[in-house]
Design a protein around this ligand. Sequence first.
Ligand code: HEM
Ligand SMILES: *[C@@H]1O[C@H](CO)[C@@H](O)[C@H](O)[C@H]1NC(C)=O
Ligand SMILES: *[C@@H]1O[C@H](CO)[C@@H](O)[C@H](O)[C@H]1NC(C)=O
Length: 326
Amino acid sequence: MKNMGSDIQPLVVFVVIALVTLIIPTNANLSPHFYDKDCPQALPLIRSVVQRAINREPRVGASLLRLHFHDCFVNGCDGSVLLDDTTNFVGEKTAFPNNNSIRGFSVVDEIKAEVDKACKRHVVSCADILAIAARDSVAIYGGQPFWYQVLLGRRDARTASRAAANSNLPPPTFSFSQLVSNFKSHGLNVRDLVALSGGHTIGFARCTNFRNRIYNESNIDPRFAASLRNICPRRGGDNNLEKLDASPARVDTTYFTDLLHKKGLLHSDQELFKGQGSESDKLVQLYSRSPLAFARDFKASMIKMGNLKPLTGNQGEIRCHCRRVN
Ligand code: HEM
Ligand SMILES: *[C@@H]1O[C@H](CO)[C@@H](O)[C@H](O)[C@H]1NC(C)=O
Ligand SMILES: *[C@@H]1O[C@H](CO)[C@@H](O)[C@H](O)[C@H]1NC(C)=O
């Protein structure tokens, strides 16, 4: 009897661990095949609308990537960022990091209309459209190494919150430790922070977001700072645009090599590299010399970000129009 007891115990522990592993969802029950049966046309169609939109306006893929990020960091990837204000709530569009800044809404509307028409009903959520459009944009600007299977099955929120957007999205004035703790609050680590900041390999920022950096900061290449003072004067020109890295329509490692040379445009960008041998410094160095390491980590972190608190099952709804609840 004594012997049997000590044989059974490890077995019981094993069974319990196996059950717990099965019960706790590691990918929040999202699946790359979620629309395979109900609307197999959805993914190729979205890709073609995104490609068409980028052909029309090269910047817009960057804007779509940022929309997915700003969606996921505010109460999870639930399409809340797309909702207009109503009498019941003030939405996220006028929160500080978003106001006069996030864009790409008309492309989302275009995708939604075409997908609903092709599927003949409302099956694809707005939250999933953001995840797919972000993935497609990155793959269009970066090529095959940046393509990944996007997990699907998110549903759409029935509400949104400007206050939540203000408190959950990191501003470009954040220090390294503030960035780390913001990402940590979303379940993301330093590697995720550095890899995902590589999203700034595409797109643009407004003068108001880098003025202090080019006039007041010391951890910046002086010639780089001087070269930006025309486009971004001390007073006025708040909305004037500058590219976030030297190649704003290519997903590549230029963002990271720029950081090595103190040419990060935003304060928060340069916080990731100070040349003091930190974990973050080492990741910037790694990604600057290895496009494949950057691609591998960026994709893994995008999938992690895309898994933030999705609504699934019968939570939320599938919106008929991405700007308003049904
Ligand atoms: C680490 C914290 C981050 C901060 C503080 C930050 C801040 C900013 C700021 C201030 C801008 C310029 C907005 C404007 O001037 O209107 C911007 C643009 C952008 N951000 Fe971030 N960001 C962060 C992380 C991310 C992440 C994780 C992604 C995606 C993976 C991302 C993707 C983008 C893109 C693509 C743009 C350009 C958008 C466009 O051209 O329309 N950012 N970000
Ligand atoms: C958003 O921007 C508009 C236009 O610049 C401005 O009038 C408005 O006050 C801003 N809203 C918030 C909440 O800051
Ligand atoms: C530079 O820093 C000073 C002191 O913090 C501030 O008052 C000033 O507005 C800053 N200049 C710019 C151009 O941001």
